[in-house]
Ligand binder design. Structure first.
Ligand code: ARG
Ligand code: ZN
Length: 879
């Protein structure tokens, strides 16, 4: 059942033109497709059978060049329609009946609330009509949509509107997309939608109409997305020279959506959570997510649509690159250092865990059972890190030359990761053959660093040793090219000029060492005293680096390093050292003692008025329990939780006065200022939230009162939700109950806000959380058919609440398995994703391993498994 990269074959036939006609009704829809099929002449002049993909389609008729075929002239199976062409070019017309109204998998054409919408990537188009559903078949689409006039006044598809008309109570609209595209970029929307309209003038002075369509009650929540879209269009012109190409760009918000959003040509379809934002209903993080996802999907117009993927093994070609593009956009729009810290924390916590688990794969996988399972952190986030390394190695200008050549050379084509690298090589005269191992080898490389200082010769040598753990199917790994961005600091914090042995002169105070061998040394000359190295600056490679730093050295880096990321990293390393000590103490049954050093450091940070507030908030954030689990050889859930909670409380007690003072000042500022989702205010609220969470651990009455005040009076969701989360995790039962009830009463009609209400409760550390989660599944605002609800409540518990999910009685595991079994039939993609925490069973001690495995086995035995769930379960149980 597995598809292999090495088996790739070019298609036997192409589809030059695709003319679709949709007749949408409440109890069925019909789809008529007229495909101009052409033999791929590269493959010969014979005429092999034409094998079209199709699933869950009821075939009504087939004709070729106007001649209806008898049923003896074709074969229909569960996944294909096969027929024998007689000429090398012909028009195939099929008519099928489908049932969007009962499509709960949210793949293909489906209903979300009252509207019709589509999700075709990766292989959803075959649930709409018989087709060559593969990205290397690119076609010019014309689409007509027919539906009831009153209930579906808006009828949309890709490209430009070219005709419309009425037929009694129904109407129709025809759209034409001038750009050839693969079927996965097809989209259709029909509904009672309203839009906010704006326009953008491109660099060549073309006027583009911008429309964001939402259900009428959400019209007040699209301005932020519209602003983000205009910023993205401008940024892509300035930074990549990429101009938009159609006269109209549309975004539609839908409530039921498996992922974040989809870059369909000219008609992006978004999960409403990634479009809608208002100060009263969306947190700062949600505002930033909207900005990032709008940018991501827009950027796909070039990195994905104009240049697309040859096959799905190349997914990172468009996703890794586009994540890198959106990350740089966000860095330019907000705080660059904070964005980098957030991304690295996310990568280390989640992608490194994926790399260490049974689903580990290279950013270009070489086989899959279900491609939906490979829309992963590895393909997206590690893929982005690989593109970032290319830029680090080639320099910003060289990278831009490479991307220019890539877009120019491959415009209109379906290409591979090799083509991307080739463009980078050709534009720079570079040899990236060894670098390409990042595309084929899975796992997180380890990089051990040691140093040697020779006073007599004033030489300083850094030695790097790299290795990479075995991953499924890959026991041996060859050395990677690891760009180590670095500097050397003197005792008083100066950054030293860097001259390698053999060079005539120093090359500045920061440089990139390309480590390409298993063991490799670099010797710097003219170093008058033993320096302090600042390594892997800005996290220049997705590796686990180990360097032996003393606490004094970490403190010096925190103070003097000119790289903001590494200042934060030094604080992280100090916190990790302290936490690991506490975890060991818990395990040894010792009473925990607080270490005064971290409190001193935090006090210094709090007193430093020059420090950016967002940076301060990041530096005050202890590594999460999930990250501590990932870093541990064997994750001891209880010890991690106890150690971390102990340290948080100790810090809150030691720093009560400065924290309380700073909190009150920040809250006062907030009361006085109108909300804006700008960098300065976001930084302030982020720090304020961190401080409140610490302060609430002291359980002081004055803090409780302040928390309730903030919850009730805040004019924005960030402060309100932070306060709610603090109350939910506290022992103030009455205040907690009241706040939850008040919140639900106020926001019961706002689905996205209720998602936040569910996830705050799912994440509670208080006893009884699992029972509360089960009870909330009966709440009227919950729905098992809405992915956002599943993610908020069930995902919130299983993936974000380690201490309860891993409860010793195994109830958390049982709960997750029950949900996966129930969802498997309804929505395989969501079921499969939800499973992730169980796949990590190898991380835990034997008793938990056995419980987790037993639940995986129960899922495997439950029968009727979708490919999605089957692949994850069977790979998790394989040895
Ligand atoms: N291409 C979309 C994005 O990056 C993701 C769509 C994936 N959908 C899926 N069902 N796997 O932004
Ligand atoms: Zn994407």
């Amino acid at each position: 059942v597995a598809v292999q990269l090495k088996d790739y074959q070019a298609p036997d036939y192409f589809i030059e033109r695709t003319v679709l006609d949709f007749d949408l009704y409440d109890d069925h829809s019909t789809v008529t497709a007229e495909l101009t099929v052409l033999r791929n002449s590269d493959k010969g002049s014979d005429l092999p059978p034409l094998v079209l993909d199709g699933q869950e389609l009821e075939l009504l008729s087939v004709s070729i060049d106007g001649q209806e075929l008898p049923s003896s002239a074709y074969q229909v199976s569960d996944n294909h329609l096969t027929l024998q062409p007689q000429t090398k070019r012909f028009v195939l017309r099929t008519q099928v009946r489908i049932h969007p109204e009962s499509n709960t998998a949210l793949e293909g054409l489906y209903r979300s609330g009252k509207m019709f919408c589509t999700q075709c990537e990766a292989e959803g188009f075959r649930k709409i009509t018989y087709y060559l559903d593969r990205p290397d078949v690119m076609s010019a689409f014309t689409t007509t949509v027919r539906a009831d006039k009153q209930r579906f006044p808006v009828l949309l598809s890709n490209g430009n509107p070219v005709a419309q008309g009425e037929e009694g109570a129904r109407h129709w609209a025809t759209w034409e997309d001038p750009f050839k595209k693969p079927a996965y970029l097809f989209a259709l929307v029909a509904g009672d939608l309203w839009c906010v309209e704006d326009s953008f003038t491109t660099m060549s002075q073309r006027e583009v109409a911008l429309r964001i369509y939402v259900e009428p009650e959400n019209l007040g929540k699209v301005q932020h997305a519209m602003d983000s879209l205009k910023k993205s269009m401008k940024w892509d012109e300035e930074v990549y020279g990429r101009e938009y190409d159609l006269d109209i760009f549309m975004i539609v918000a839908v409530s039921d959506f498996n992922m974040g959003a989809m870059e369909n040509k000219g008609l992006n379809i978004f999960n409403s959570s990634c479009v809608l934002a208002s100060p009263e209903t969306a947190t700062d993080a949600a505002h930033q997510r909207v900005e990032a996802v709008v940018a991501h999907e827009y950027f796909h117009n070039w990195s994905g649509n104009r240049v697309t993927c040859r096959d799905w093994f190349q997914l990172s070609l468009k996703e890794g690159f586009t994540v890198f593009r959106d990350a740089e956009f966000s860095a330019d729009m907000n705080s660059r250092t904070v964005k980098r810290i957030e991304d690295v924390v996310f990568l280390r916590t989640n992608q490194f865990a994926e790399d260490a688990g049974p689903m580990a794969h290279p950013i270009r996988p070489d086989s899959y059972i279900e491609i939906s399972n490979f829309y992963t952190l590895t393909v997206y986030e590690k893929g982005s890190e690989v593109v970032r390394m290319l830029r680090t190695l080639l320099g910003a200008d060289g990278f831009r030359k490479g991307s220019d050549l890539y877009f120019e050379r491959h415009d209109g084509q379906a290409v591979t990761c090799d083509d991307f690298i080739k463009a980078m090589e050709d534009a720079n005269g570079a040899d990236l053959s060894q670098f390409k191992r990042w595309y084929s080898q899975a796992g997180t490389p380890r990089l051990a660093v040691s140093s040697y200082y020779d006073k007599a010769s004033a030489e300083y040598t850094l030695t790097f040793q790299q290795s990479c753990p075995a991953t499924p199917g890959q026991s041996e790994k060859l050395p990677f090219v690891i760009p180590v961005q670095m500097a050397l600091l003197s005792a008083d914090g100066e950054h030293l000029p860097l001259q390698l042995k053999g060079e005539d002169s120093a090359q500045g105070c920061e440089r990139v060492l390309a480590v390409s061998e298993a063991e490799q040394s670099f010797t710097f000359v003219g170093i008058e005293a033993e320096p302090l190295p600042s390594l892997l600056r800005s996290f220049s490679a997705p590796v686990k680096m180990s360097v032996e730093y003393s606490r004094e050295q970490l403190l010096a880096l925190m103070q003097h390093d000119s790289d903001g990321f590494n200042r934060w990293e030094a604080a992280q390393q100090l916190q990790l050292a302290i936490l690991n000590g506490l975890i060991a103490a818990v395990q040894a049954g010792k009473t925990l003692k607080s270490d005064p050093q971290l409190a001193e450091v935090f006090a210094g940070l709090l007193a430093d008025s020059s420090l950016d507030q967002a940076m301060l908030a990041e530096m005050l954030s202890l590594p999460s329990e999930a990250l501590l689990a990932e870093l541990a050889e064997v994750a001891d859930v209880e010890a991690i939780h106890q150690a971390r909670e102990f340290l948080r409380k100790a810090l809150a007690q030691a720093l009560y006065a400065p924290m309380w003072q700073r909190y009150q000042a920040l809250r006062a500022q907030s009361r006085e200022q109108a909300y804006a989702a700008d960098a300065e205010q976001i930084a302030r609220r982020s720090l304020q939230g961190k401080l409140l969470a610490y302060l609430m651990l002291t359980e002081k009455t004055e803090v409780k009162a302040a928390c309730v005040e903030q919850f009730e009076q805040a004019h924005n969701m960030t402060e309100r939700l932070n306060a709610l989360a603090c109350l939910v995790n506290s022992s103030f039962a009455a205040e907690k109950a009241q706040a939850l009830a008040q919140f639900a009463e106020h926001f019961k009609d706002d689905a996205l806000v209720m998602d936040q209400w569910f996830s705050v409760q799912a994440g509670s550390v208080c006893p009884g959380t699992l029972n509360q989660v089960k009870a909330l599944m009966q709440h009227p605002a919950f729905s098992f058919k809405n992915p956002n609800k599943i993610r908020a409540l069930i995902g919130g518990f299983c993936a974000q609440n380690p201490i309860h999910f891993h409860a010793a009685d195994g109830e958390g595991y049982r709960f997750l398995a029950d949900q996966v079994i129930a969802l498997n039939a309804l929505n395989p993609q969501i079921a499969s994703r939800l499973l992730t925490p169980l796949t990590r069973w190898r991380k835990y001690a034997p008793a938990r391993q056995a419980q987790m495995r037993a639940e995986l086995e129960r899922i495997r035995a439950s029968g009727g498994l979708s490919k999605d769930v089957f692949e994850v379960v069977s790979k998790s149980l394989a040895d």
